[in-house]
Design a binder for this molecule. Sequence first.
Ligand code: NAD
Ligand code: TDX
Length: 352
Amino acid sequence: MKRTILITGGAGFIGSHVVRLFVGKYPDCRIVCLDKLTYAGNPANLADVAQAPNFVFVKADICDLERMRAVFREYDVEGVIHLAAESHVDRSIRDPFTFARTNVLGTLSLLQAASEHWAGKTEGKRFHHISTDEVYGALQADGTFFTEATRYDPHSPYSASKASSDHFVRAFHDTYGLPTVVSNCSNNYGPYQFPEKLIPLFINNIRLGRPLPVYGRGENVRDWLYVEDHARAIDAIFHRGRIGETYNIGGCNEWRNIDLVRVLVRTADRLLGNPEGHSEHLITFVADRAGHDLRYAIDARKLREELGWEPSLQFEEGIEKTVRWYLDNRKWTDDVTSGEYANYYEQMYGRR
Ligand code: NAD
Ligand code: TDX
């Protein structure tokens, strides 16, 4: 193997797509997927690459500094793509400490292990930190965008923890010369997303005839990107992005939640063979999320102009593929919504 790339959070939603892309595209690189396998991490997401000769799985907690040091030594890690995180805003409102621990202290452990292992020999090394557009706060519905120069203004415990981790990454670059790069992406959708997030939760609820809990009036706007396009952007930034830089990644694809939900209902009803409008009555307006950011929208010009990346899928095509995947893979959703998650769902939305 030519070199080892460590991908943290690789058993989660986006991480599994990044691992799949890298395992297939770089057969000469050893891809070490490190994951604690929290409720959001699922080995089934990696079933199709688990036997590949260049794939290694390590079950570990990024907060365990000694373990991170050992992993860097054992595999002589030369590149890191760091996705491991607690990622759900609603959970962060209920349990901010877990978010501070994993997202801040976990990132700090990895940075420390990388800077010790690479001390004095940073040539060819790279630490790519995966972050979110939520660190920039909220936009009004006024056509403005987040750029790489937008001031950080996080509102939720989740985005505050991600913002803090971003600051630590930049501090390690500026203080210790760690070769870092940061990317901030908008909302992802596609296969293998845990069904607590809007799109997979609603597809599952339509299938089961359960209410679709739209927060507030459904007027919040998100910029949606198909997950494989995010994975391709990470590939471009990890290999060709400039050290010390930040790259925004976005779909140029803004939707008000309520409009998106109507598209989901129409698409799922059609694919389920239901008459048009069959599941519309499931749309239920519920209490708004505390501190709910009104609008996110990314200006991804820097990524396009410097690295030539563009989203490849039209939204209609991406949504069709996504709804079809969840309907064709009911067992995947059923498996991850039983057990502990069933209790969580009940606490959040009440018994259905
Ligand atoms: P996810 O919740 O689906 O997956 C997170 C993964 O991290 C899981 O496999 C989990 O087991 C693992 N993990 C959690 N805590 C860990 C720990 N202490 N040690 C080791 N592994 C741990 O999340 P996702 O949606 O795939 O997001 C991945 C990354 O991308 C996150 O950093 C998130 O902030 C960022 N991001 C997500 C989105 C999005 O729309 N989902 C958008 C922009 C950025
Ligand atoms: O039941 C719901 N009802 C609802 O109206 C849920 C789960 C969500 N919503 C709304 C809240 C948001 O405006 O839908 C929008 C999308 O919600 P989520 O899927 O929870 O995503 P969001 O809060 O926007 O954050 C996501 O994108 C940025 C990811 O979860 C983050 O990890 C990522 O950083």
